[in-house]
Design a protein around this ligand. Structure first.
Ligand code: PHE
Ligand code: ZN
Length: 884
């Protein structure tokens, strides 16, 4: 019988550790087939009564030796269970020596010690260290590490671990060694080592207090020309953290190692980050502008963890957002200030709404600080990361910039070297600001996206605007009843001339932007001293809270915002609302031609407005993503939504195809090798308009795409041209795809882009194409980037085949995930996510999808990761309190 309900870990069961590990000495005799690890732990009892057992976690380990104070412990003093070892009857202070043997070459899960390319490397967060040696593998056990690495000198000339290199030298028989010491106590999840034959590209950085830091990026030799952007991004992030957050780096060296096989984006191990090569390597010919931006933000993210995560870490994994939410917030601020103006915020919100809102509305919903889990790997989610970042942002909005910065300083200072909780964080913010944040804390414990409804009335005689607000959060799994939250709504009023109006909120002095603090289920505000009735209300400026807002705005009001709003997000959101209404009308079978005509006019005006930054114009022209549109329906046929979206695009932009073309920047002048925000913005607009013209089947558009492809010097324009043609049944598409494959056959990161286009294309023959991709010489099951490049776009973009009515697409995906689960459970569990949306599809498709989940659930030997996801997807959903 399969175990349907896996064991739950509960936050309420948390107990502080009884034992401290005072220091650990690790010695690695490295070899891909047989690595020996000797660990020497000095432990001391700090709580509990004498003899209280010491838990050492261990998973899939071969144990060669266990000694306590130099002798083998009595047989009844050691218990072995599924979690590892329990040592009984230890003296209050003891030295434990453990030797284990590992086979890194056989480790396809990519957790613990494994092989990538010709290198040996580690991934320990969250629970990978227990696959290396027996240890109290929990984040609240902080220890000093000293690490000795020994390996064949020819095969592994580079030997790296956390901290500073103390010693290195030759050994007999062609072997060598290095000793590393990390002066900062750290939890085991931040441990890392690398052994390989790697090139090192380096730079120097002087911190503001004058400390010299070596910056080192390690890559395979053939990639050494592609490190400059990563190095420059790292230096920018280090400077930014000093200037914007007062945080300085603390070791003599900062190392980044790029590996081809990695489950996630990157990992912040102390002083030795490990990166998915995709977030390190860049050259104009191989990386797009958005790759450049992602690299910069991931480099910054991992760097910022040095303070938010490493110096101050999490008490337990329920607190994951303590480090991730805060660090995402910090990297978003950095990228906003460094690259894309207001459009970075638009991109971030779009991601949140397309991925986190659905998570919050489906069977995987959980609070930013969860209170239970079966498999912690499955909680590296959009909710913990992106919604967590929104909570930090709201705190800043509520207490103000200065108090917020003061709070961060106090947080880092007070908890330096400690493992703490999200409550500790909010507590500091409350203290420095003198604000009561008791209600705000509920954001951390209550799942679900709040619905806010706003209605207004203008009193011409009194020159006041009355604003009535209501909030409600729908029930989520395991949380039936919801309470009101503390929501900051940033608003402004636009007059008929499009300018912001001045007025007074309550007794405060006159202003032209306000933050309404909503704290009750139902609440009213009043704005007074207004010169006229506002022509439009700019709601939720800069997306001041992660809520779904219904302000009951009419078409004319939204069009006014599209024309005039000075808040990039609110302006874009107004355009999105109009476009979404047009698409939903078509899904319901009745095109709203009046609305479409208004949209055409509004878009034509934007195209004529030289004051709109190209990058913002590109965003404003974009239709809401398919994923986001699906969320507006209780149940819907996803192919019908795609068709309605395409028809709307034609109806709105068809009449102004020529104006679009006139606004399209030129290839030659735009493809200038510059990576400034302005240059990237122009290229984004160029590609956006090209894609629209191909979709509109505009005269000569396909040929223009082919010309752009051939002329392009940058990957951005080459990929833009190819992507524009990807859904077109056009001989040019085949020709260019073949050319691209030939050109980049030996470049895995670029070939991934080709795999993604092929898998995501909706032209007929999708299943045959999928088969060919799986048998392509470049396809490798053990490589997460490659499997994601195929399955991700197949599910996200290839609606026609993924959602084929007979369920063939779901069966293909299920078979793929089943096979992957045998190799890499963590990646399999992440990829299964789209199948958990089955209830939101039309009943027939939903049933086919559910059947595939049932089939997976019934398999023997499913991983804990995948089983947890499948069980949650199939579990009964919460009752709705009321319809709608
Ligand atoms: N902690 C990493 C980050 O967000 C993500 C990660 C989690 C990487 C688990 C590997 C494994 O920066
Ligand atoms: Zn992180």
């Amino acid at each position: 019988m399969k175990d349907a309900a896996p064991q739950m870990i509960l936050l309420s069961d948390y107990e502080a550790p009884d034992w401290r590990v005072e220091a650990v000495d690790l010695s690695f005799d490295l070899d891909p087939e047989a690595t020996r690890v000797t660990s020497r732990l000095r432990v001391r009892r700090v709580a509990g009564s004498p003899g209280v057992p010491l838990r050492l976690h261990g998973r899939e380990l071969e144990r060669l030796r266990l000694e306590v104070d130099g002798a083998a412990p009595a047989a009844d003093a050691v218990t072995e269970d599924a979690e590892g070892l329990l040592l009984q009857g230890l003296p209050d202070s003891a030295e434990i020596v453990i030797e284990t043997r590992l086979r890194p070459a056989a480790n396809t899960a990519l957790e613990g010690l494994y092989v990538s390319g010709g290198s040996l490397c580690t991934q320990c967060e969250p629970e990978g260290f227990r696959r290396i040696t027996y240890f109290p593998d929990r984040p609240d056990v902080l220890t000093r590490y000293r690490v000795r690495l020994e390996a064949d000198a020819g095969r592994y000339p580079v030997l790296l671990a956390n901290g500073n290199r103390m010693e290195a030298g030759e050994l007999p028989e062609g072997r060598h060694y290095a000793v590393w010491d990390d002066p900062f106590p750290k939890p085991s999840y931040l441990f890392a080592l690398v052994a390989g034959d790697l090139a090192c590209e380096s730079d120097r950085f002087v911190t503001r207090s004058g400390r010299e830091v070596a910056l080192e990026v390690y890559v395979e030799y053939h990639n050494r020309e592609r490190c400059a952007h990563a190095l420059a991004s790292l230096a920018r992030a280090m400077r930014y953290d000093e200037e914007a957050f007062g945080r300085e780096y603390d070791l003599d060296v900062y190392m980044i190692v790029a590996v081809d096989d990695f489950n996630m984006g990157a990992m912040e191990n102390k002083g030795l980050n490990l990166f998915n090569a995709k977030y390190v390597l860049a050259s104009p010919d191989t990386a797009t502008d958005s790759d450049y931006v992602h690299i910069e933000s991931v480099i910054a993210h991992e760097y910022f963890h040095n303070w938010s995560g490493n110096r101050v870490t999490c008490r337990d994994w329920f607190q994951l957002s303590l480090k991730e939410g805060l660090t995402v917030f910090r990297d978003q601020e950095f990228t906003t200030d460094n690259t894309l103006f207001g459009v970075k915020r638009i991109d971030d919100v779009q991601r949140l709404r397309a991925f986190q809102f659905p998570e919050d509305a489906g069977p995987l919903a959980h609070p930013v600080r969860p209170d239970r889990y079966a498999e912690i790997n499955n909680f590296y989610t959009m909710t913990v990361y992106e919604k967590g970042a929104e909570l930090i942002r709201m705190l800043g909005t509520l207490i103000g910039r200065d108090a917020f910065r003061q709070g961060l300083d106090a947080y880092f200072e007070r908890f330096d070297g400690q493992a703490v909780t999200t409550d500790d964080f909010v507590e500091v913010m409350a203290e420095v600001s003198g604000r009561d944040l008791g209600l705000f804390r509920r954001w951390y414990t209550q799942a679900g996206t709040p619905r806010v409804t706003a209605r207004t009335g203008f009193d011409a005689a009194a020159r006041t605007l009355r604003i009535d607000l209501q909030q409600r959060t729908p029930p989520t799994v395991g949380q039936q009843d919801k309470a009101p939250l503390h929501i900051p709504l940033r608003i402004a009023l636009l007059g008929r001339d499009g300018r912001r109006m001045s007025g007074r909120l309550g007794a405060a002095s006159a202003a032209d932007e306000w933050v309404l603090e909503v704290t009750a289920a139902s609440q009213s505000f009043q704005l007074s001293d207004l010169a006229e009735a506002p022509a439009a209300i700019s709601w939720l400026r800069a997306f001041s809270a992660p809520v779904l807002l219904d302000a009951g705005q009419g078409t004319a009001e939204l069009a006014h915002l599209v024309a005039f709003d000075d808040d990039a997000f609110a302006r874009w959101d107004a355009a999105q609302s109009l476009l979404r209404r047009a698409v939903t009308a078509r899904v319901a079978g009745q095109a709203d031609t009046a609305l479409e005509a208004i949209l055409t006019d509004a878009m034509a005006t934007l195209l004529d407005d030289a004051g709109v930054e190209p990058v913002l114009l590109a965003a404003l022209l974009e239709l809401p993503a398919h994923r986001e549109l699906l969320e507006w329906f209780e149940q819907v046929d996803p192919i019908a939504v795609h068709a309605a979206r395409t028809q709307t695009e034609r109806a709105v932009f068809g009449p102004i195809a020529e104006a679009l073309q006139r606004c399209q920047p030129e290839v030659a002048s735009t493809d200038n090798g510059e990576f400034t925000a302005a240059a990237m913005g122009r290229r984004r607009l160029l590609n956006q308009i090209l894609a629209m013209r191909v979709a509109l089947e505009a005269e000569g558009a396909a040929a223009a795409a082919a010309r752009q492809y051939h002329q392009a010097r940058s990957q951005t324009l080459r990929m833009g041209a190819l992507a524009a043609l990807n859904d077109a049944e056009h001989p040019l598409r085949e020709e260019l795809m073949e050319d691209f494959e030939r050109r980049y056959r030996d470049d895995p990161l670029v070939l991934d882009k080709w795999f993604a286009l092929q898998a995501g294309s909706q032209i007929p023959g999708g299943f045959e194409r999928l088969d060919r991709l799986l048998h392509h010489p470049g396809f490798r099951w053990p490589n997460p980037n490659r499997v994601r490049a195929v399955l991700g776009p197949f599910m996200a973009a290839n609606h026609r085949h993924f959602h084929q009515e007979d369920g063939e697409g779901y069966r293909r995906v299920g078979a793929f995930i089943e096979r992957l689960d045998g190799l890499n459970p963590q990646t399999a569990a992440r990829l299964v996510q789209p199948l958990t949306r089955w209830r939101r599809l039309d009943p027939q498709r939903g049933e086919r999808m559910r059947e595939e989940l049932e089939r997976l659930a019934g398999l023997e030997g499913l991983s804990r990761d995948l089983n947890d996801m499948v069980q949650r997807a199939l579990a009964p959903e919460p009752e709705s309190h009321s319809a709608g």
